[in-house]
Design a protein around this ligand. Structure first.
Ligand code: NCD
Ligand code: ZN
Length: 396
């Protein structure tokens, strides 16, 4: 029996608010060198120690924004996959190396502990355009810091104007990705004006992605920030080279939260929140222990005044509170024991990277999400669930 199975056993046997049944101590103690590495429950206190997590989809932005976003991300995540939709985008290995250096400069200037500074490892992505070549992919693979390539259909989301207009023209690039074993990360939405925004993900899977997979059967693909049961089913129906990330907002909320009782711009992101039945399926697959589904916050900062506007920007900011958010989502259906696989194991396994060795402890001591953070040029940044109380926090 491994750690996670034992955690499940304890939770299923003793529930949330009583001591661990002494009969389980004999099961636990011989199995652990470090006896702090298990869930403890004394009265109503529960702790969960997991391997340090990674974020396989984050937007850190650039320049002055980095002084806010980098310390937030680095406070809990070791590896982060940095999205390339800057202005201008990160298009080749040289851009990626320069962008990573700017991130590392901000990391060094932050007041994070030395331990967090040395653990943080931003992994870069290239932004696929109509002009990306197979040679760009080869150089990216050789750079050692480019972990994947991101496909935005042109116009699908924030800063995607330079995205791909004709996916069928990307044959050479997809072949090169297969050759160098670099994953293709996909913003899976069609962009034609007449297609309903709530149908755009499913239409992309059926009409575009299914064909890419047939033509490139060994290409590693991550369907990013999935939002529908259709996407979950699609990923489940494919081989192990097709996986998905899931955001905290798509696990915790649905379109009623966005639209009922007044429009809530801080729940607006792309792909847009869907109906509750989709939210439930996403929570089921995220907590199922299936390694095809792993953590990608899609934390996407936009200054508060750019979101609370007549034409508000898409993106939810969650970098600083992502783990308590995910813990709250998992715990809401009694599956906190599945958090470690989703947050700290399955992504690394998919990317072929070693697991992290350090740990982080969550505790069910409530925390208040800040109402806002200072952002650059005097602006502020409003996080997901600003001002609300979460039942889980990170142990100091
Ligand atoms: C992202 C952003 O703001 O860069 N926005 C979002 O709503 N998720 C872009 C993206 O990932 O679609
Ligand atoms: Zn994103």
């Amino acid at each position: 029996m491994n750690y996670v199975q034992i955690s499940s056993l304890i939770f299923s046997q003793v529930g949330k608010s009583v001591m661990i049944d002494p009969q389980y101590y004999s099961l636990l103690f011989p199995l652990f060198d470090d006896i702090e590495r298990f869930d403890t429950m004394t009265d109503s206190i529960r702790e969960l120690t997991i391997l340090q997590p990674d974020d396989w989809h984050i937007h850190l932005r650039d320049d002055l924004a980095l002084s806010t976003t980098v310390p937030h991300a680095a406070s809990s995540f070791n590896r982060v996959i940095c999205m390339p939709n800057l202005v201008p985008p990160v298009k080749n290995a040289q851009d990626a190396i320069a962008y990573r250096a700017r991130i590392m400069e901000q990391l060094a200037a932050s007041d994070l502990s030395l331990e967090r500074k040395s653990a943080f490892d931003p992994r870069m992505t290239l932004y696929l355009t109509d002009n990306t070549t197979a040679q760009d992919i080869e150089l990216a693979a050789q750079s050692g810091i480019v972990q994947a390539v991101k496909l935005y259909p042109a116009g699908a989301t924030t800063n995607s104007a330079d995205g791909v207009t004709n996916i069928n023209a990307c044959v050479d690039v997809f072949e090169a990705l297969e050759k160098y074993n670099l994953p293709l990360l996909i913003h899976g939405e069609v962009t034609q004006d007449h297609i309903d925004i709530f149908d755009r993900e499913k239409r992309f899977l059926d009409e575009v992605l299914a064909q890419i997979i047939v033509k490139f059967p060994t290409l590693k693909i991550v369907v990013e920030h999935i939002t529908t049961s259709d996407a979950a089913d699609f990923v489940l129906s494919q081989g192990n080279h097709v996986a998905a990330t899931i955001t905290p907002q798509h696990l915790m909320f649905n379109r009623n939260h966005l639209l009922v009782g007044g429009i809530k711009p801080h729940f607006y992101c792309l792909p847009i929140l869907k109906r509750e039945s989709h939210q439930k399926v996403l929570l089921d697959v995220a907590t199922s222990g299936n390694p095809k589904f792993f953590l990608g916050t899609d934390s996407a900062p936009h200054a508060t005044d750019k979101k609370e506007a007549a034409c508000g920007c898409a993106g939810c900011y969650s970098a600083a509170t992502a783990l308590p958010l995910y813990a709250t989502a998992f715990d809401s259906i009694g599956k906190i024991d599945k958090l470690e696989g989703f947050a700290s194991r399955f992504g690394a396994q998919f990317y072929g990277l070693p697991l992290n060795e350090s740990t982080i402890t969550l505790v069910n001591t409530p925390m208040q999400v800040p109402t806002d953070y200072p952002y650059f040029d005097g602006a502020s940044l409003t996080p997901l669930m600003a001002g609300e109380t979460l039942p889980w926090s990170i142990k100091a």
